[in-house]
Write a new protein. Sequence first.
Length: 149
Amino acid sequence: MSFSIIFSLTLILISFLSFLMYISQNSFKGYLVFSFIVYCLALIWIADDIGLIGVIMLTVAYAAVLVVLWTKYQAQMFQWWSSFSGFQTDMLDITIGDSANTITSLKMDGSLRYKGKKYYAKSSSVAIPANYSVTIESVDGYYLVVRPN
């Protein structure tokens, strides 16, 4: 195998792993953009070796794998990553109206600490800075919806 094919396959693997991080880490769009850019770079490197038809076939196959992962396994990947990174996804112990403290700022979403455990959170109204006291208003899937105190 030539160097360009090995290098391109390595880039495709990096792109694939970045996409896995995208679907497992709460859809952080930076991973998706990085995955797309790296995949395009891989296509540029490998295009001379496999030709246009090869590039098209590779892209269709790659897209099919990503679509299956996204549609069938996103929830499992999210659950796995949450448990791996220490975030709670079990919302049975949540009491609406209790106070918590943000770990990260909540512009769109972020994280907070409630009863000593980390949870995903989003603000119901305005951006909330890190290390700020909030009140839990509701539960939306795996997120605690909060407002500043």
